[in-house]
Design a protein around this ligand. Structure first.
Ligand SMILES: N[C@@H](CCC(=O)N[C@@H](CS)C(=O)NCC(=O)O)C(=O)O
Length: 208
């Protein structure tokens, strides 16, 4: 049965799920929810995800929210991009959480204050502060990537997915990332992937 992904394609968290599905050829359909499409505050949606956020998946009646949990579930279910070594799995989770929470937090502040808030509510100082935080964080990612093709080493893994989505968002903010050689080379490798092109590079920006 076709996997249903509830969520607008402009959301980085939704992009993670679409990217993974495309990467490992899971048959899926996206339903526009959240942002300008609404629907997430309806009781019928909240019964499935009380947080009222996207993404949410419906896998033949099994409902799951939290994007990192979703992509781990799908990877396990189809036994693709799976890892065996406990410590490598822990490092994968570390990078997924780092990107999904630590890096995502200042990126979300920038999105809010550049795009989503009404112009009179936007705070340019918050944008400047968040941009500084993002650059400090990207240095950490760059150190990891300077000698690695992908975040965990030579092979693409789930660890690359959350960071790849937020990295693309940073590019859309017109960050000058040329100082980050490791990240730039990694970004070029991701860009060769059809799955990344389909789910991330060609995705609209919020609020679309
Ligand atoms: N930690 C959650 C965050 C979910 C989240 O905050 N999603 C945002 C979009 S990125 C959302 O639903 N915002 C409200 C909306 O789009 O209406 C995850 O990774 O899935």
């Amino acid at each position: 049965m076709t996997l249903k992904i509830y969520g607008r394609k402009s959301s980085c968290n939704v992009q993670k799920v679409i990217w993974l599905c495309s990467e490992i050829n899971i048959d899926c359909e996206t339903l526009d929810y959240g942002g300008k499409y609404g629907g997430t505050k309806e009781q019928s949606f909240k019964n499935l995800n009380p947080n009222g956020t996207v993404p949410l998946i419906d896998d033949d009646g099994f409902f799951l929210y939290e994007s990192n949990a979703i992509i781990k579930y799908l990877s396990n279910k189809y036994n693709r991009l799976s890892l065996e070594n406990r410590k490598i799995i822990a490092l994968r989770d570390q990078w997924m959480d780092w990107a999904g929470f630590t890096l995502a937090a200042p990126c979300a502040i920038i999105t809010l204050n550049l795009i989503l808030l009404p112009p009179d509510k936007r705070d340019p100082n918050k944008v400047l502060k968040a941009k500084d935080q993002v650059l400090t964080l990207l240095k950490i990612l760059d150190n990891q990537l300077i000698n690695n093709k992908f975040i965990l080493g030579d092979e693409f893994s789930l660890a690359d997915i959350p960071a790849g989505c937020w990295y693309n968002r940073c590019l859309k903010f017109d960050f000058d990332l040329s100082q980050f050689e490791g990240i730039s080379n990694w970004g070029a490798r991701l860009s060769e992937k059809k799955s990344y092109q389909n789910a991330v590079l060609s995705a609209p920006m919020p609020p679309d």
